[in-house]
Design a protein around this ligand. Structure first.
Ligand code: LMR
Length: 335
């Protein structure tokens, strides 16, 4: 297949490509909605078992969409073929949680998948490949893949953008403004019920959130738990975990890491900690991040964390350290 422009395509490998999140993501990737209207995209679609039959239908639908920017499609059940020459790996495929579970309860089921995927990425993807883990528990799964594949630490990410988007929507609704007016919402720590959506740095229409929303008890006691529990609330309502909003957040993350962050703003993603804000090194920790003009990224520095925030950050750090220890023991590997 030849694409409409002469730029080399960005090759994106997607696991769980025929699943609910994958299906909601790949057509938007192919349309140019993530990397822009002049950037061809190639898709390496990876599935397992029964998903492989469904994947044939997905490939037919991609053909039928006649996307001008779609340069190539590989559909496979083989991890090395799937990750071959990938610029980006979007690791979605994993068993989702059911009502009543915490995401970390999936570690025993999903952790092992990310060993094999990390190793295959290390062998077959481009040396500078970037990896975003969506499958839960995404922070610790990302650490497993990073270590297994000996991937470049600065190129491995876990998704906290869904939490950021949820937090923005809740702040906007409370203040009676449009969601597009909300900026600088950082999700700290784990994509779990211990995550900390830091409202104190957020702005609504340029005003501090704490001024636009004078009910600070609501921010602490209603907003924070509501963001932490939103995934569980979606599962309760839908009878299945979030799919379209998760796909949307994954694509927002890719776009935000690909293009420079607008002045004065940031985006949330989990990266390998190196001690910033006193967090222990060696866990995938959600931070507010800025993407620079050269495509590299940096953690936003100099934010004040009050006693309430510090307590929340310590809790989510503790949970990630425990997840790391549990995963290392279960997998028999050093993490
Ligand atoms: C979400 O936040 O909606 C997803 O991580 C799915 C889940 O288990 O909550």
């Amino acid at each position: 297949m030849a694409s409409a422009t002469s730029r080399p395509p960005i090759r994106v490998a997607v696991t769980g490509a025929a699943g609910n999140i994958g299906y909601a993501a790949i057509f938007r990737l192919a349309s140019g909605a993530v990397f822009g209207p002049d950037q061809p995209v190639a898709l390496n679609l990876i599935e397992v078992g029964p998903g492989l039959d469904a994947l044939k239908g997905v490939v037919m639908e991609l053909e039928d969409a006649a996307f001008p920017l779609l340069a190539d499609v590989v559909a496979t059940g083989d991890l090395d073929a799937g990750f071959r020459d990938a610029d980006w790996c979007l690791l979605i495929g994993a068993v989702p949680r059911k009502a009543g579970m915490e995401r970390k309860d999936l570690l025993g089921i999903n952790g092992r998948i990310f060993v094999g995927q990390g190793e295959a990425i290390g062998r077959s993807a481009k040396p500078g490949v970037r990896v975003l883990v969506v499958g839960n528990p995404c922070n610790t799964n990302a650490l497993i893949a990073l270590r297994a594949g000996k991937l470049r630490p600065e190129n491995v990410f876990a998704m906290t953008r869904l939490d950021e988007n949820r937090a923005k929507a809740m702040l906007a609704a409370k203040a009676g403004v449009h969601v597009s007016a909300v900026r600088r919402v950082g999700i700290w720590g784990n994509h779990s019920s211990t995550q900390f959506p830091a409202f104190a740095h957020a702005t609504l229409g340029g005003r501090p959130a704490t001024a636009a929303i004078p009910d600070h008890a609501w921010l602490r006691d209603t907003f924070v738990p509501a963001v932490q529990q939103r995934g569980a609330a979606v599962i309760k309502a839908r009878g299945a975990s979030s799919a379209a909003s998760a796909a949307n957040a994954a694509l927002d993350t890719l776009r935000s890491l690909h293009f420079p962050t607008p002045e004065g703003d940031w985006h949330s993603v989990a990266v390998l900690s190196k001690g910033d804000y006193g967090v222990k090194p060696g866990i995938l920790f959600g931070y507010p991040v800025r993407t620079k003009a050269d495509g590299s990224w940096e953690i936003v520095q100099g934010l004040e964390l009050d006693a309430f925030a510090r307590e929340k950050v310590a809790l989510t750090e503790q949970e990630l350290l425990e997840e790391r220890a549990t995963a290392a023991e279960a997998l028999g590997v050093a993490l």
